[in-house]
Design a binder for this molecule. Structure first.
Ligand code: SF4
Ligand code: MSK
Length: 645
C-alpha cells in the first residue's frame, strides 16, 4: 500500500500527496515524518523562560528533580499550559479587535462597503449590554455596541460584560473563584507576568489565572468576534455548500481565501460577482471566477454565502499542488510557512493580507477596512492575470454536499419555528431519551495522527449512540467531507436521534462555524439551561466536548474556557502536561471540584466517544432522566385532572 493511504481516508488528500511526491514538492506530510517529538517538550516540563536554564525536569524516575531555580515539574507544566492559554486567547482576541475596527470604520464612513446586515442581532446585543439607543442616526445603536465592546479590551477593573450571559449559578461559581475577567488584555498580560521567572509558583493558583484568561477568550474576544461578524455579515442560517478539493474548477480562475478573518474575503466574494471582473476573466480564457475557502475563513464564508470549502488546515498546500490555484490570499492563524515554497513550485500567486502577518519572500497586499473593495479587486485582477500561466492541472474529483450555518439563533428557529423559537424541543427530546445528550467535536487536524479520520470516527460513534453533535473548525470540514453534515446522515444515527432529525429536518451533526464560533456553543448551552428541565448550570447538562486532533494553542484556550464553564473536555493526539502527574491530576480530576468541568486525554477515538457517552449518562443519572421515557400525549380529560389536582 502507498504511504499516503495510511495517512487518511480522504482520497482527494491522498491523490494530492502522491502528486506532491511525483512533483518533488515537500509538504507538511514529509516534514512531519521522522521529526521526533521531545519527551520533555511534549510533556510540558521543559522550561526556557530564563537564561539559568533551559531546564528539562522530571517528576519521577531517574533524574527527577527541579529546575535551577527550584521550580517543580508541576509549576513548569502549569506555566507552559498557562502560556498556551494566553497565546490562544491573544489570537482570538486580536481577531476580535480587527472585527471591531472594521465595524467602526463601516459605521463611521459612508464609503465603506460593510454595513449592518443584522439589525436584530444589534438589538439583541444592546439588550445584553444594557444599552438604550442614544444615537439615532443610521447604525447608531450598532456604533454604541461596537464602542462598548471595544472598551472590553482595555478595561482594568470590573467584570467582562458578556459574563452576564452565563446562567446565574455559573456566574456565581466564577465570582466565588474570582475568575471573571476584568478586561481582555489585562488577563493575557497578567498570565504572561505570572508565568515569568520567579513569580507565581503554585500550579493551582496559576491555573486560576489560566481560567480567567480563557474566559476572556470564550466569553470575551471570541464571542465579540462572532457577534460583530454576525452584525456585519448576518447571523448564519442553514445553507447548502460543497466541500473538498474537487470544488476547484479547471475552467475558472480559482482564488483560495485562507486564514481566519472574514472581512477581506467577504469583499472578494462580493467583487467576484462584478461583471467587469468577470469579463476580464473571460478575456483571459476562463469561464468565471471561483472563490473557495480553506480553514476557518472557509467556514465563515460557507455559513453565510454558501462559498465552497476546498479543505481543512492540512489541505492548504495540497490545494496549490493541484496546479489550479491562481491566487491564494492568507491572513492570520494556521497559515503554514511551507506554503511559500509550495507556491513557488507552481504558478500560484501567494499573498499575505494582514498588517499583523507576513511571510518571508511572499507578496503583501494589506487589508484596510476603508478600502476593502479596492483591495479585493486588486487581488482578483492579480488572479485573473495569473490564470494563463498555469501548467499541468490535476484536480481531485471528490466534493461533497454540506449543510452549514447552525448559529444558536438558527437552532432556536429550526427547533421551534418563528413563533415558538427556543430550545424546548431539544430539551424535551433529551429528557424523553430520544437524544441522549449533546457533544461538541471541534478543533484542528494534525498530521501526527490519521487525520480527519479521528473526527469522523468519534462523530459516527456518538451519533450512533443518539448523541447530537455540534462541530466547528477543521473538525467540521472533515466531517463534511465524509458526508456527515447532510440530513441524510441521520441514517447513521441511533433510532431516537434519527427520529428527531427527520422530524425537524436537520443533520445529526450541526456545523456551527469557525474556531471563534465555539463561543456560539457557550450561548447554546446557556439557552439549554434557561429552557429548563436539565438542571440550573452548564455543568448539569448531558454535554461534553472534544478535540481529537488538536494542534493549536487556540485549542487549549478553547478547551480551558469550556472546562471553566463546567464542561468535560477530551483531547487526543497528546496532552501538553503529561510530564507532571501532579498538574495533570489537577486538570483531569481536581479542577472539577472548582468548576464542575474537567479535562481528559484519550488518543483512541472509540474510547474518546465512549468516555463522552459515559459522561453524558452520568449527567443523565444525576438529573434523574437516565431512563428513556415514552412521550405521553395528554388528552383533555388528563389535562382536567391535572388542573383539578
Ligand atoms: Fe530553569 Fe527556573 Fe529558569 Fe525555568 S525559570 S529555565 S526552571 S531556572
Ligand atoms: S482553522 S485552529 S487548524 S480548527 Fe480555525 Fe483549523 Fe485548528 Fe486552525
Amino acid at each position: 500500500m502507498n504511504r499516503e493511504n495510511h495517512l487518511t481516508v480522504c482520497r482527494a488528500t491522498r491523490q494530492m500527496i502522491a502528486k506532491a511526491g511525483r512533483d518533488g514538492v515537500p509538504t507538511v506530510f514529509d516534514r512531519v515524518r521522522g521529526r521526533r517529538t521531545c519527551a520533555f517538550g511534549s510533556g510540558g516540563t521543559c522550561c526556557r523562560i530564563c537564561a539559568m536554564g533551559p531546564c528539562q525536569v522530571r517528576e519521577n524516575g531517574p533524574g527527577a528533580g527541579s529546575g535551577v531555580c527550584g521550580a517543580t515539574p508541576a509549576t513548569i507544566a502549569a506555566r507552559n499550559f498557562g502560556r498556551m492559554i494566553a497565546a490562544g486567547t491573544a489570537a482570538h482576541c486580536d481577531h476580535a479587535r480587527e472585527v471591531i475596527a472594521t465595524a467602526l470604520e463601516a459605521l463611521h464612513s459612508e464609503n465603506a462597503i460593510y454595513s449592518v446586515r443584522d439589525p436584530e442581532k444589534v438589538r439583541a446585543l444592546a439588550g445584553v449590554l444594557g444599552l438604550t439607543p442614544k444615537d439615532t442616526g443610521p447604525g447608531g445603536l450598532a456604533r454604541q455596541v461596537a464602542e462598548m465592546l471595544k472598551g472590553e479590551f482595555g478595561s482594568q477593573d470590573g467584570e467582562l460584560l458578556f459574563a452576564r450571559r452565563a446562567p446565574a449559578k455559573r456566574y456565581e461559581i466564577w465570582r466565588r473563584l474570582e475568575v471573571i475577567p476584568r478586561g481582555i488584555d489585562r488577563e493575557v498580560v497578567e498570565m504572561l507576568h505570572r508565568t515569568s521567572v520567579g513569580v507565581d509558583q503554585d500550579f493551582e493558583h496559576l491555573m486560576l489565572q489560566g481560567m480567567r484568561t480563557a474566559l476572556a477568550d470564550g466569553w470575551g474576544g471570541s464571542m465579540i468576534a462572532t457577534e460583530l461578524q454576525d452584525v456585519l455579515f448576518g447571523a448564519p442560517r442553514p445553507t447548502r455548500g460543497r466541500v473538498n478539493l474537487g470544488v476547484l474548477r479547471e475552467d475558472h480562475v480559482n482564488i483560495v481565501v485562507h486564514g481566519h478573518e472574514p472581512m477581506l474575503p467577504m469583499a472578494v466574494v462580493e467583487a467576484a460577482r462584478d461583471e467587469d471582473l468577470l469579463a476580464r476573466a473571460r478575456d483571459a480564457g476562463a469561464r468565471g471566477i471561483n472563490v473557495v475557502g480553506i480553514c476557518c475563513t472557509a467556514n465563515e464564508l460557507l455559513m453565510r454565502q454558501g462559498v465552497p470549502v476546498a479543505g481543512s488546515v492540512l489541505q492548504q498546500e495540497l490545494a496549490i499542488i493541484t496546479g489550479a490555484v491562481d491566487l491564494m490570499m492568507v491572513d492570520v492563524q494556521c497559515v503554514m510557512q511551507g506554503l511559500a515554497n509550495v507556491a513557488a513550485c507552481y504558478h500560484t500567486a501567494l499573498v499575505t493580507t494582514s498588517p499583523r502577518a507576513r511571510i518571508e519572500g511572499v507578496a503583501h497586499v494589506e487589508f484596510d477596512p476603508a478600502h476593502a473593495d479596492k483591495t479585493a479587486r486588486e487581488l482578483i485582477i492579480k488572479a485573473v492575470e495569473n490564470f494563463p500561466r498555469r501548467g499541468v492541472v490535476e484536480i481531485p474529483r471528490e466534493e461533497m454536499d454540506v449543510v452549514a450555518g447552525f448559529s444558536h439563533e438558527a437552532i432556536r428557529y429550526m427547533l421551534g419555528g418563528r413563533f415558538r423559537a427556543g430550545y424546548g424541543p431539544l430539551n424535551e427530546n433529551i429528557i424523553n431519551g430520544r437524544i441522549r445528550g449533546v457533544a461538541a467535536v471541534v478543533g484542528c487536524s494534525n498530521p501526527r495522527v490519521r487525520f480527519g479520520d479521528l473526527h469522523t470516527a468519534v462523530v459516527r460513534e456518538l451519533i450512533a449512540n443518539n448523541v447530537l453533535v455540534l462541530t466547528t473548525g477543521c473538525a467540521a470540514i472533515n466531517c463534511a467531507k465524509e458526508g456527515l453534515l447532510v440530513p441524510e446522515a441521520a441514517d447513521l444515527a441511533g433510532s431516537g436521534l434519527r427520529e428527531v432529525c427527520e422530524a425537524v429536518g436537520i443533520p445529526p451533526v450541526l456545523h456551527c462555524g469557525s474556531c471563534v464560533d465555539n463561543s456560539r456553543l457557550l450561548v447554546a448551552a446557556t439557552e439549554m439551561v434557561r429552557q429548563g428541565g436539565l438542571g440550573d448550570d452548564i455543568a448539569d447538562l448531558p454535554l461534553a466536548g472534544c478535540a481529537p486532533e488538536w494542534m493549536s494553542e487556540k485549542a487549549i484556550a478553547i478547551g480551558q474556557y469550556f472546562v471553566t464553564s463546567g464542561v468535560t473536555v477530551g483531547f487526543g493526539v497528546g496532552f501538553p502536561t503529561l510530564g507532571s502527574e501532579r498538574f495533570s491530576r489537577f486538570l483531569f480530576e481536581d479542577i472539577a471540584r472548582l468548576t464542575g468541568g474537567r479535562w481528559f486525554f484519550e488518543p483512541d477515538p472509540m474510547l474518546m466517544a465512549r468516555r463522552i457517552v459515559e459522561h453524558i449518562d452520568a449527567r443523565r443519572r444525576a438529573l434523574g432522566i437516565e431512563q428513556a421515557r415514552e412521550r405521553v400525549l395528554f388528552d383533555m380529560e388528563m389535562r382536567r385532572q391535572i388542573g383539578a389536582g
